[in-house]
Design a protein around this ligand. Sequence first.
Ligand code: BES
Ligand code: MN
Ligand code: ZN
Length: 500
Amino acid sequence: MLPHTTGVLPSHGTLPSVDFAAHADSTLVDGAARLIPIVQGEALELPVSALTRDGLLEALEAVGAKGSHGEIVKVALEGVLYIAVGLGEDTSATSVRRAMGAAARALKGVDRVVVSGEFGVGAIVEGLLLGGYTYSGLKSEDSGDGEADGQTDERPSAPQITVIGRDDERAEFEAAATTGHAVALARDLVNTPSNLLYPEVYASYAEKIATNAGLTVDILDETQLREQGFGGITAVGQGSAHPPRLVHLTWAPENASAETSIALVGKGITFDSGGVSLKPANGMEQMVMDMGGSAAVLATSCAVAALDIPVHLEAWMPMAENMPSGSAQRPGDVITHYGGITSEIINTDAEGRLVLADAIARACEDSPSHLIETSTLTGAQMVALGKRTFGVMGSDELRDRIAENGRELDEPGWAMPLLEEHEEEISSKVADVKNANSDRFGGMEFAATYLSRFIGEDTEWAHVDIASPAWNSGAPHGFTPGRATGVPVRTLVETIRGLV
Ligand code: BES
Ligand code: MN
Ligand code: ZN
């Protein structure tokens, strides 16, 4: 299992501890509260597990339990607390994960819980870990009372939850706990404010976390980036007092598949003010999340190592802070990327693609069979696909596979096209390409066309734009908390599994 980030990051969320017990051991957890999924139908249905008892159904009905999806009803019988969670009529993994997420948020004040794995050990564990994650930031001990944005402001006590299953379900439990913790890692990084997470310290946290997970880590600093020609990362970073970094992770197990080699690239803008093309003040605080792609790449890489997936993986995290200052880049500048392609800067707020271009060009030098890049890249993604669905563009097969995996895992994704007109519109009079178009039409697709220019010839690629799903500015729902969501970590892990 992946360790929690306690002790590494300056701020982090809390989440339940989970363990597994085979049927025979279930007496060990007597005295704990029992989490009971119930199915809605003509009559309420309880699972057949040993955790239920005679009279429980009647007791639940007596207090009005319907079993509708996400409904939580608590009853105490002979000193045992039963927490019933409605699944509705749908017992699919998606329904179970969401209901367990809601249940995890209802466990405040409960220390010890047992749940039967009957409706799917993996979905139950993921739902509990993902939904039970709470980030309270850096509030001082006795600040305020009550709740804001559905997040409690006291340090929540996280319960210990035992999942009871068959012996042959232990591996499924371990895998789900690993991806659950990987998602929490990505959320912790994205939730951490930008004054505490800027490129130098982000790189050193990434180094510690990845080394602990068994990956090899190499970090390029601003001098090495300049000397080696990473002109995009250097240009974006030059306006900030915090210099940029490029973090490179390697997972190369001896049993790695011979045909498949994967490169991951993630946008690591630790704060995006827009630069000289300054963003409006309203909502700018949300730009703490502009490193969500790189956080997902780090968390995915750690999960791949923890799951011991036999694949050669190289991950690249370009990190920079996009700030306006006397040393910042300007609209009209022409920069040279790693590998020699030049960009005319039209808008300094289209900075993500500039750092990604360098990292993609470097990643493709090693001729990976597949390259997956993910980034909070465009506001146009949010306009096109709404608040929860990522957009994915690139090689047909890989693109469609990622969109389908995302939908299957309830991190919904949708395939979007590369547009013919952008092939011409991207040209510049003074450089090979320009970093922004003169109109707003197809802004998400234009960014993908820009990135496509840096992909190597024999590499299948996909660009996953997570501008909206990486961050939930609303109330928690299902297994999704407020703020950082950890999307698309589970989709990336599953996609990599499927490529081997
Ligand atoms: N980080 C932003 C995209 C973004 C916006 C992510 C809102 C999450 C929420 C990105 O760097 C950006 O500013 N993109 C510009 C590009 C434009 C100037 C071509 C945009 O989408 O407005
Ligand atoms: Mn920007
Ligand atoms: Zn950005």
